[in-house]
Design a protein around this ligand. Structure first.
Ligand code: BDR
Ligand code: CA
Length: 316
């Protein structure tokens, strides 16, 4: 499938991309983390955690568990434990298991989270890198990212792109929390609105693509991953096993955000401007205005065959 955006897709993906991953692991965050840690073109500078699928504490412990199980040592920094304004956090342990990792029972990590908080680290990290040298992949509620937009707009301008998993861009597609809202945007719509309307270059994967049934992991796909016979593939299978047998198939939402950075050519994207509804009635709903001058590239379709090939190859 040809990418629709010449700016993004004719752009040579550099051989070496420096990224910060902001996440709330979460089964699909964990698979995205595994893929990122082992991708030879990516340098994961840091992982920042946020309250979302599970509490901040559990999300942080999970990022560290994945790190340990894959023999990597990337620093993990704790971010926001609540949505902006201190509102009550929303979690999704019903979907991701009480441990947030599909009840995979991975051993606790020896590595500790860094003492510096995510927000301070991000500001320092952006300052010490060249302009446009660092990108972000954000696969949880956008609380940490929004705090940066609010307090350090000039630093945000130094980031290259922000690859987001969140939202629903086609009004005919239903949300996964309410009729209108996708989980990450529902958890912290105020944060999502700050980030999406902030004028920075964003590539966003919403439920329009991430729920494509042809990309979901089912028993057959799990067998394909398992046949990759690697440490990462085994780990991914261990995490996915319960969710797949419980729901018969599981969407790897967060992997799409990572793949929109690594393989933009497998997506059809549309340029638009996005606001996020913060009203009581439709919290987290995306208000999308197609526009050639919009700052958001919303992924609308994906080549499922190539998505699955990249998934299995990436875990090999
Ligand atoms: C998003 O919500 C979480 O459950 C997933 O990790 C993903 O980031 C999908 O709506
Ligand atoms: Ca997530």
């Amino acid at each position: 499938m040809a990418c629709q955006d010449s700016d993004l897709c004719n752009r040579q993906i550099p051989d070496h991309v420096k990224v910060v991953l902001d996440m709330d692991p979460g089964v699909d965050d964990a698979v995205a983390l595994l893929l990122a840690l082992h991708n030879p073109h990516l340098e994961v500078l840091a992982v920042t955690t946020v309250s979302g699928n599970v509490s901040l504490r559990k999300a942080t412990a999970n990022a560290l568990k994945i790190m340990q199980a894959s023999g990597k040592h990337v620093p993990v920094y704790m971010g926001a434990s609540r949505p902006l304004g201190g509102r009550r956090p929303v979690h999704a342990e019903g979907i991701h298991g009480s441990d947030g990792l599909g009840n995979s029972n991975l051993p606790a990590a020896r590595q500790r989270p860094e003492k510096t908080g995510a927000f301070k680290m991000l500001a320092d990290l952006i300052k010490t890198h060249r302009r446009k040298e660092v990108s972000m992949v954000a696969t949880g509620p956008l609380t940490n990212v929004a705090m940066l937009f609010k307090s350090e707009p000039s630093l945000v301008a130094r980031l290259d792109r922000i690859f987001v998993m969140g939202g629903v861009y086609d009004p005919s597609v239903e949300g996964n929390v309410t009729r209108y809202a996708e989980f990450n945007f529902y958890c912290d719509p105020e944060a999502a609105d700050i980030v999406m309307k902030g004028g920075r270059a964003i590539v966003s994967s919403g439920l329009d693509v991430t729920c494509d049934p042809a990309c979901a992991v089912d028993a057959e796909m799990l067998a394909a991953i398992s046949s990759a016979k690697s440490k990462s593939a085994d780990l991914a299978c261990r995490i996915l096993q319960h969710p797949v047998s419980r729901y018969s198939q599981f969407n790897l939402h967060d992997v799409f955000a990572l793949f929109s950075l690594l393989y933009p050519e497998i997506f059809k994207m549309e340029r638009c401007s996005v606001r996020v509804d913060c009203s009581k009635k439709a919290r987290g709903r995306c208000i999308v205005t197609p526009s050639d001058r919009g700052n958001v590239l919303a992924c609308k379709k994906v080549d499922s065959v190539r998505f699955k090939e990249h998934l299995v190859d990436g875990l090999r």
